[in-house]
Design a protein around this ligand. Structure first.
Ligand SMILES: [Zn+2]
Length: 335
């Protein structure tokens, strides 16, 4: 057997190469194994590239087009992609279960992506919601109103002065809190069964809720069926096309998958509304009074430090507008 030699030597032109490859089966085997190993490795790398880095094709739920979705970045283990047609952002998650996620922990500061202390800030939130009710009454002064994702019912308490109100809430404890305070609130998701029990309505509100839904288009389509002609759907959500969102990227305050799954832009909101037979009657970026405790909670989270609860800040609020959140009024034609 010829001696196995794998060391390399330089030739006269300074190139390197195997010194001896003459008819050695063992050497050939070794080279083949090496080549296979390299091929396997590069296939694996390629797969990683495929799943993590490369753009993907999806049928966009907002614009309804099969379109290229550009990979933007990864956040909290989710790929964030953006529809090239309308600008809708989507988070690709693995096995996210909303029912086990939206528990009381979510509203009491136990989770960094939830609320600091939802119940403790009731006064500030209700003042804010009173303003939202005033805003809604410019489009519909009275009638039946349904709040999808009504949390602890603070908005419904403000709205019931003018509307006949009911709500749907996924978190059992929050829904129970609503019922104890005399509100007509159902526990569960906005599905056919639940909406069937509620009947049709004149106003449907989704306040900072649409971005949490597993399939917002299907939910809105269902809601449209339970909306009387001439009725409105009021949505508040982040604006993925806003300057702050584009500059901050993965660090945007609302970029919190898997809690937030969808990131609408003005164009994607318009596209989804039109394709569902709704008219965009109004779209703006309102000022908002935000509890100081939530501001410090979010700043603390972004700086990566542990949060300390400051009791007094629950009672204080600051008017804030980063122009990265929008308020939309969609109308179902009355014909
Ligand atoms: Zn799209």
């Amino acid at each position: 057997m010829p001696e196995e030699r794998t060391q390399h030597s330089e030739d006269s032109k300074g190139r390197t190469g195997p010194e001896d490859l003459r008819g050695s089966a063992a050497t050939f085997d070794r080279v083949k194994k090496g080549a296979t190993a390299i091929a396997t490795l590069s296939t694996k790398n390629h797969e990683v590239l495929e799943s993590r880095v490369r753009d993907r094709s999806h049928v966009c739920l907002a614009c309804g087009q099969p379109s290229v979705h550009r990979f933007l970045y990864r956040k909290n283990g989710c790929d964030i992609l953006r529809c090239e047609q309308c600008g809708l952002g989507r988070a690709e998650t693995m096995g996210f279960d909303p029912e086990s996620y939206y528990t009381s922990d979510y509203f009491s500061g136990e989770r960094p992506d939830g609320y600091a202390d939802y119940i403790g800030t009731e006064n500030i939130l209700r003042r804010e919601f009173a303003g939202t009710v005033e805003f809604i009454r410019k489009f519909r002064a009275s009638g039946r109103l349904l709040d999808v994702g009504c949390a602890y019912g603070f908005f419904l308490h403000e709205a019931k002065r003018f509307f006949d109100v009911s709500g749907i809430e996924l978190a059992e404890e929050a829904a129970e809190h609503c019922r104890r305070s005399g509100l007509n609130v159902f526990t569960g998701q906005a599905d056919e069964t639940l909406l069937g029990r509620l009947g049709t309505t004149d106003v449907i509100v989704l306040l900072d809720v649409i971005e949490h839904l597993p399939s917002p288009r299907d939910t809105i389509a269902l809601l449209v069926n339970h909306l009387d002609p001439g009725g409105i759907i009021v949505i508040t959500t982040g604006d993925f096309g806003s300057l702050y969102s584009r500059v901050a990227g993965a660090h945007w305050r609302l970029m919190t998958p898997p809690q937030h799954l969808w990131f609408f832009s003005q164009a994607s909101m318009q596209a989804m509304a039109t394709s569902l037979g709704l008219e965009v009657e109004h779209l703006d970026h309102p000022w908002k009074v935000v509890p100081l405790s939530l501001i410090s909670f979010q700043l603390t989270r972004m700086s990566g430090l542990r949060s300390k609860r400051i009791a007094i800040s629950n009672r204080l609020g600051l008017p804030v507008n980063l122009f990265d959140a929008m308020r939309v009024v969609l109308r179902k034609p009355s014909r």
